[in-house]
Design a protein around this ligand. Structure first.
Ligand SMILES: NC(=O)c1ccc[n+]([C@@H]2O[C@H](COP(=O)([O-])OP(=O)(O)OC[C@H]3O[C@@H](n4cnc5c(N)ncnc54)[C@H](OP(=O)(O)O)[C@@H]3O)[C@@H](O)[C@H]2O)c1
Length: 252
């Protein structure tokens, strides 16, 4: 039998990169999927790949940095599939911005998608996860565990660290319900998030030289992170951990 047969999995940020690879990975294991993203065409591409693997897929197009768009993700999923087993909080954004240039709008937008969205999706999903003894994986970053030179992504690092602490605290709250909550903390993965960073050419070259040196096993593909997410969802007694999938970069 397929590992996630009959399980209902919500994946945010599934229109690209790690979220897309995660949706495809679950679709191969019998799961039913709710996939979310802003870009309708790219979300449709993910849905098609998942359906080709035999999965039932619900697409929700929306901006999860808007508070009022969070609860419907849970409500629409439950009205379609009648249950939730797994929530993958993956949607995220990385903006290069030194604190000296930081504007309130950007700070609040980053907070909304990197922290507020996962926290409130967890809150709204919790009654359903209690019923299924389900689990949550929050997609964090190695940037929550270590500050990297040259990058000037302080807000991102800070909000991913907040997400890690949320994972710890919420996992403690959920353990008595049999609900597990973990983070996965990737190093550099080849996705749009990295490709679209607005560094100067010179900054970009220096940063990439540094990161390629410390990623001793090379930069990763999204599927590598999807494997880690599936592993965390497959386990029965792992909760409250940050799992680095870092290609050796934290130990460099
Ligand atoms: N790539 C890396 O090196 C790396 C390393 C560590 C951690 N991460 C984390 O991994 C996660 C996925 O990133 P990725 O690398 O796969 O990047 P990606 O390819 O750019 O994908 C990001 C996803 O998040 C969605 N998203 C962004 N803002 C959103 C919003 N306001 N509302 C709804 N959806 C939104 C995007 O949707 P649309 O495209 O449809 O707007 C897209 O599906 C992020 O949390 C990121 O911080 C990435």
């Amino acid at each position: 039998m397929e590992k996630f047969s009959g399980k209902v999995v919500i994946i945010t940020g599934a229109s690209s990169g790690i979220g897309e690879a995660t949706a495809v990975a679950f679709s191969k294991q019998g799961a039913k999927l709710t996939i979310c993203g802003r870009n309708k065409e790219r979300l449709e591409e993910t849905a098609k790949k998942c359906r080709d693997n035999g999965a039932e897929v619900l697409q929700i197009v929306g901006d999860l940095s808007k508070f009022e768009e969070l609860k419907p993700v849970i409500d629409i999923t439950v009205s379609k599939f009648s249950r939730i087993d797994i929530l993958i909080n993956n949607a995220g954004r990385l903006e290069h911005c030194p604190i000296s240039e930081l504007q309130l709008d950007l700070f609040e937008d980053l907070f909304a998608i990197l922290v507020r969205a996962p926290v409130f999706l967890c809150k709204y999903a919790l009654p359903h996860l209690k019923e299924t003894k389900g689990c949550v994986v929050n997609v964090s970053s190695t940037a929550s565990l270590k500050t990297f030179p040259l990058t000037f992504n302080v807000s991102y690092e800070m909000f991913k660290a907040a997400l890690d602490n949320f994972t710890r605290g919420f996992s403690a709250e959920c353990a008595s319900y049999g609900v597990r909550v973990n983070s996965i903390n990737p190093g550099v993965v080849k996705t749009r998030l990295v490709e679209n960073l607005k560094y100067t050419k010179e900054q970009q070259e220096k940063i990439m030289e540094y990161f390629s040196k410390i990623h001793k096993l090379g930069f990763m593909e999204p599927e590598t992170i999807a494997d880690g997410i599936v592993f965390l969802c497959s386990s029965s007694h792992i909760t409250g951990i940050m799992l680095p999938v870092d290609s050796g970069s934290l130990n460099a």
